[in-house]
Every structure is written in structure tokens, then in C-alpha cells.
Design a protein around this ligand. Structure first.
Ligand code: ZN
Length: 659
């Protein structure tokens, strides 16, 4: 149930009309049953004095594609009201001309206005709120939608049949404005789309939204049995097999998309219950719950795992409808954004983890809308032709482009061991800066909270325990769809011990962490690296000690030398799989976990140097940082190293013993 989130104390912190407009916009954005990810829009009409001292009416309306939940002053466009409202009097207005006119109407710098700006302008009320509330779209996406709306609201609303958003919808609504002035009318219901409420104050318009959506919810609750308590289907496949199927699917989806995509997977109770529907193949293929979802989810999800068939069907749909477009269209990639599969559950696809999460959120709400609409006589969204018009509407696609460039490694997934601190942490950060999703493994439980946001998955695991490493790899694939890059970094650097005093337990422990664990890791990730859309990359963190060992560091030097040899053989064996394996030999990176003050002092002493001298004891005379190592790691994962495998590169300031 939606509920009013209005709070007097909170509201008091938002002074003036614009403050109130921002506050109630955020309240709408806070409830996913009302709006999702850039859906919905709000406006207000105010008067201002212009530079000539004249009073002008200004429409303050949400920017296109902006998020209501986090909107602030900069998220609103300011437009000359009469100019915008008069556009609805025209017989025709192309998208290009509409965009031009809205730009010309601006009274202040701001974002491109909502595609519904003209509709906001023609409604006479001071405050206007628009959402795609689940309950309202559910009622209106049914064969008896108009009767249901009449039953629920009677004379309290004006009902508008589906018209594509933008100029046509604004014009249609403009013709109905007189009806909105009737006493007792609180809203306009747009069939198969959503609801507009309006009032003289921000609070009244918001409260009307909540009140009317609750009425729709009340009608639903009488008809729909609870279904979300059903338990998920018994998993038919073991976790490692499932991970391989996911990675195969993600590889196929990425190939269809023309570049790497991340893919999350979900098999919780609501997903399982939806997948269990006997009519799944029918109800899932009808279309989105509200028109603007189509740019996030494609018109329909893919059933099963045949990506080639889905892509062919998508291109056929484009061919069928492309003549409807007012101008030459640029055909979008034919890869699915939502996959429904009996074995894998729901998989959600995006160029970034954030995009995949948007597709997931939207489809979770869509499943709910479908379940409820089916219980009310059938789910009937807009026609396929209308879906095409919306998907290929340039103003809708512009919303996606406004999100900006995601980075050269966007869509790719890196698996970093020892990611909790030092070089591992720096590599993880640098890879995320380039757009990659990163799974960071560390024994330190703090790794899970180390970084906020959807690009990061922290997994607590001891890399020397194959029983912990395998689930970490599976978790990576379940969250992001695959593993494209591996940074084999976790390691230990024990206090210096001469060979004569080196006990076997210490020797074994160093070998276990620095060598054996990396063999386990490489064996586990190989099947996934083989499926990497741009080819797999392994970056092994070696050591300057491989070429120039130090006294007292027998175990460490031997383990890193063996690890380097393992990497070289890996480069030879895996080249045919398109996997590049390269080694970084850092030296004297003192901002890492293994360099405690004690170790530092001890190592300096073993070279008969001061700590200060030891820090910059290299040919260039500079301090080497974990950030410098991370930059090399990124380079090795990037196209710069496309023709390089089996290489060993020092990040050490230059070492005279090696040069
Ligand atoms: Zn809308």
C-alpha cells in the first residue's frame, strides 16, 4: 500500500513554492510503487518579474529522465508558460520542433524539460504530479479497464484513452481541460500509462496522488490472491553448473549487444512464482506496464536461453514497424534486457550494474502488474506498434544518452583477490574508475562494506581454502554474469628469515598463500575467462624479488618466482582461448598491508639503509605507490596490451640489479 510520507517537520525544511515542489517530488520518488527510475514528472506554475519589470508566468517542470527521488533545484526546467501552453493549439509539431520550441521557451538555464512539459502547461492547476503507479496501470491494462476506473473513481477523474506521450497526448488532454475544472475532479487517468493529479498546493496534489492510488490498490486487493509466499522452485542444477550456464548466456547476450554486458541473476520466491505460471509464454510477451519502461527492458523479456532467436524476433519487430517512425531510425541492439529461464530464474542485463538493476526493478513491478491484471480478466498493455513508437522515439532514447559514457571497461567484470587493502584495493578502485564491475575477495570482513554502489561486490573468503574460493567465484558470476579479468594479488610477505633458520611450516604457509591458492584460482576462473566477450585477462602481482631476490626472503622470493612461472605457462596454454596473462613486478610499494613499520625497518636494515633511503632506493629515486601498480593493472586489462601476453613489467622505479 502506498502511504502519505508527508512530514511537517521535514516539509518545513523546504521553504517556498519551489521548496515544496522539490519536497513532494522526492516523496513521490521515494515510493517504487508510484515511480521507478526517471519515471513520472512534476511541475508548478509561478510568476516572476522579467528584466523589463513585467510579470511573466513560468512553468517549472522536471527535466527529462531525471530522478524524482533525488531531484533538486537544478533538476527543473523553467519555461515561459504561455509559449509552452500555446504549442498545444498547433495541429502538428514534430519532435525536433517541439524540442526547439521548449528550448526557446526557457527563462533560465536548466535541463531539457520533461517530454510531458506541454501537458503540464495546459493543465490549469498550480501544482501537477504525474506517476505510473502500479495499481493504476494494473487496472487500466485490462480489457475492462475503463469500467474498473469508473467503478473506482466515478466523477473524480477524467479518463483519457491511450495516446503516445509527447505532443499528441498534450493536445488530446488540452481538449479535455474544461472537464478537469469540474468541481470534485482530482485527477486525469491515462489508460495504459498512469495518472496526473493537480491542486493549488504541492501538498494537496501529492496527497491526492496517494489517496487516488490507494483507491486503485483497494480495488486490486479484493481480486488478487497473495502469491508471493510460494517457495522458489527446487534448484534443478548445482551451483557451479548454474554459474557456467549463466556465463554462457551472458556471453551470448553480449555478442548480440555488440559489446560486454553485465547480467545479474535472481531466483527468489516472487520470480519463481512468476516463472511457474502456466501461461508464462503468453503473458510475458505482451509488453510493458507503462510506455516508458520499454527503453529499459525492451518490449518483452526473452524466454529461455536462445539469444539468436530472440535477436531475430526483435529485428523482425523493428522491420515490421520501422515505417511508422517519422525519420530514419538507428536500429538498437537486439539483445534482451530481461531473461526468464526455468533453470536460471530472472536475469537482468545492462551496460552497467546500475542499468541491470533498473531493468530488474522495472520487471519485478511488471510481474506484479501482470499477476494482478490477469486476476482482473487479463493483462492488456499497449499494442506492439505503440511499443515501437515509444522505443524508437528520439526523445526517449535521449534519456538514455543523457546518462553519459560508462568508461572503457563498462560491461566487464574483474575478480580481485586481496582486495581489502594495498595493491589489491588500488587495482579494484582503478578498474571501477574505468567502468568495470569488481568482485573483491579478502579475508577481512570489512571488504563487504568497503565500497558502496552497484559496481562493487565484496566477498569474505580465504583464498587458500578452495571450499571458500569456489563460492566466491560463483557469487561473482551470479551477481554480474561472468568474470573477464582476474587480478591474482593476495599474498603474504613474512618477516625476514635466513634459510638456515627457515622452518617448514613457515615455508609451506607462504607457498600456500602466494602460489597454491593462485593455482586454485586460475583453475576455477578459466571456464569463465574463456567466455569473456573481449577475451579474458589475468594480471598476476609478482615481485621484484623474482629477478632480484633479497637475503632473508627465501620463501617469498621462491613463491613469487614459482607464481611467475605458473603465469608464463598459463599464457602459453590459454592464448588459444583468447586469454592474456601478464605479470607486474612491483617493488617497494610501502602503502600496502604487508609493509608494517617493523617489516619496513627490518628490510631497510638488511640492506644497511635508513628507512627513508630504502623507500626511494630505485633508479628514478621516486616512491612507488599502489596507485602506480593499479594503473599498470588497468593498462594490462585494456586494449593497450591487446597484443601482449606472458609479459613481465616492473613497477619499481627502475632496479639497477635488473636493468
Ligand atoms: Zn508518463
Amino acid at each position: 500500500m502506498v502511504a502519505s510520507l508527508w512530514d511537517d517537520a521535514e516539509a518545513a525544511g523546504h521553504a517556498g513554492d519551489l521548496g515544496q515542489r522539490i519536497y513532494t517530488s522526492r516523496l513521490l520518488g521515494r515510493d517504487p510503487d508510484l515511480v521507478l527510475h526517471g519515471g513520472g514528472n512534476t511541475s508548478m506554475k509561478i510568476t516572476r518579474r522579467n528584466v523589463f519589470g513585467e510579470t511573466v508566468e513560468v512553468l517549472v517542470v522536471k527535466g527529462s529522465g531525471g530522478d524524482l527521488a533525488t531531484i533538486d533545484e537544478s533538476g527543473f526546467a523553467h519555461l515561459k508558460l504561455d509559449h509552452v501552453a500555446r504549442l498545444a493549439d498547433l495541429d502538428v509539431l514534430s519532435d525536433t520542433e517541439m524540442a526547439r520550441q521548449l528550448t526557446l521557451a526557457a527563462t533560465a538555464a536548466g535541463p531539457p524539460p520533461s517530454v510531458e512539459a506541454i501537458l503540464h502547461a495546459v493543465l490549469p492547476h498550480r501544482f501537477v504530479d504525474h506517476t505510473h503507479a502500479d495499481a493504476v496501470v494494473t487496472l487500466t491494462n485490462t480489457p475492462a479497464g475503463a469500467e474498473l476506473i469508473d467503478e473506482v473513481y466515478g466523477d473524480r477523474v477524467v479518463v483519457v484513452d491511450y495516446v503516445m506521450p509527447g505532443f499528441d497526448l498534450a493536445r488530446t488532454c488540452a481538449a479535455r481541460v474544461a472537464e478537469t475544472k469540474r468541481p470534485g475532479v482530482e485527477a486525469m487517468i491515462l489508460m495504459n500509462h498512469g495518472i496526473f493529479t493537480f491542486a493549488d498546493t504541492a501538498r494537496d496534489s501529492y496527497e491526492a496522488m496517494i489517496r487516488l492510488v490507494r483507491m486503485a490498490e483497494g480495488r486490486l486487493d479484493r481480486s488478487v490472491p497473495t502469491w508471493s509466499n510460494r517457495s522458489p522452485s527446487a534448484p534443478g542444477i548445482d551451483r557451479p553448473s548454474r554459474a557456467r550456464l549463466l556465463a554462457r548466456l551472458r556471453a551470448d547476450v553480449s555478442a548480440a549487444a555488440g559489446g560486454p554486458m553485465v547480467m545479474s541473476s535472481h531466483s527468489d520466491a516472487p520470480v519463481a512464482a512468476f516463472l511457474d505460471r502456466e501461461d508464462l509464454a503468453d503473458v510475458s510477451q505482451r509488453g510493458p506496464a507503462t510506455p516508458d519502461h520499454v527503453i529499459r527492458t525492451k518490449p518483452v523479456p526473452m524466454l529461455g536461453r536462445d539469444v539468436a532467436a530472440y535477436a531475430a524476433a526483435y529485428l523482425a519487430y523493428v522491420e515490421t514497424h520501422r515505417d511508422r517512425a517519422p525519420a530514419e531510425i538507428q536500429v538498437l541492439d537486439p539483445a534482451p534486457r530481461v531473461v526468464l529461464d526455468a533453470e536460471l530464474g530472472m536475469c537482468c542485463v545492462g551496460r552497467t550494474p546500475a542499468d541491470a538493476a533498473i531493468a530488474e526493478d522495472i520487471y519485478r513491478h511488471t510481474m506484479d502488474v501482470i499477476n494482478r491484471a490477469e486476476a482482473l480478466g487479463g493483462y492488456r498493455p499497449i499494442s506492439t506498434a505503440d511499443q515501437f513508437d515509444m522505443e524508437y522515439w528520439e526523445l526517449e532514447q535521449a534519456k538514455l544518452h543523457r546518462r553519459g559514457v560508462a568508461g572503457p571497461l563498462a560491461g566487464e567484470v574483474a575478480f580481485v583477490t586481496g582486495a581489502g587493502r594495498g595493491i589489491g584495493r588500488a587495482c579494484a578502485e582503478a578498474l571501477m574508475d574505468q567502468g568495470a564491475a569488481v568482485v573483491g575477495v579478502d579475508v577481512d570482513p570489512a571488504v563487504t562494506e568497503q565500497r558502496q554502489g552497484r559496481q562493487w561486490l565484496g566477498v569474505v573468503a580465504d583464498v587458500t581454502d578452495p571450499g571458500a574460493l569456489a563460492p566466491a567465484v560463483a557469487a561473482a558470476v551470479e551477481r554480474f554474469g561472468g568474470i573477464d579479468m582476474v587480478v591474482a594479488n593476495a599474498g603474504v610477505f613474512p618477516p625476514g628469515t635466513p634459510i638456515a633458520q627457515l622452518d617448514e611450516a613457515r615455508w609451506r604457509q607462504v607457498m600456500t598463500v602466494n602460489l597454491d591458492a593462485n593455482l586454485s584460482l586460475l583453475r576455477l576462473v578459466h571456464p569463465f575467462l574463456c567466455l569473456a566477450p573481449r577475451g579474458g585477462r589475468v594480471v598476476v602481482i609478482g615481485s621484484k624479488n623474482v629477478a632480484a631476490p633479497g637475503p632473508g626472503a627465501a620463501a617469498y622470493s621462491a613463491s613469487k618466482a614459482a607464481l611467475t612461472q605458473l603465469a608464463r605457462v598459463g599464457a602459453l596454454e590459454w592464448g588459444g582461448d583468447g586469454i592474456r596473462v601478464n605479470v607486474i613486478h612491483p617493488n617497494a610499494v610501502f602503502d600496502t598491508g604487508i609493509w608494517t613499520e617493523d617489516v619496513l625497518a627490518q628490510r631497510a636494515a638488511s640492506y644497511a639503509m635508513t628507512v627513508e633511503r630504502y623507500r626511494t632506493d630505485n633508479v628514478l629515486g621516486i616512491e612507488v605507490t599502489s596507485t602506480a601498480v593499479a594503473a599498470m593493472c588497468v593498462a594490462m586489462c585494456s586494449a593497450t596490451f591487446a597484443c601482449t601476453t606472458g609479459a613481465q613489467v616492473g613497477v619499481d622505479g627502475g632496479n639497477s640489479r635488473i636493468i
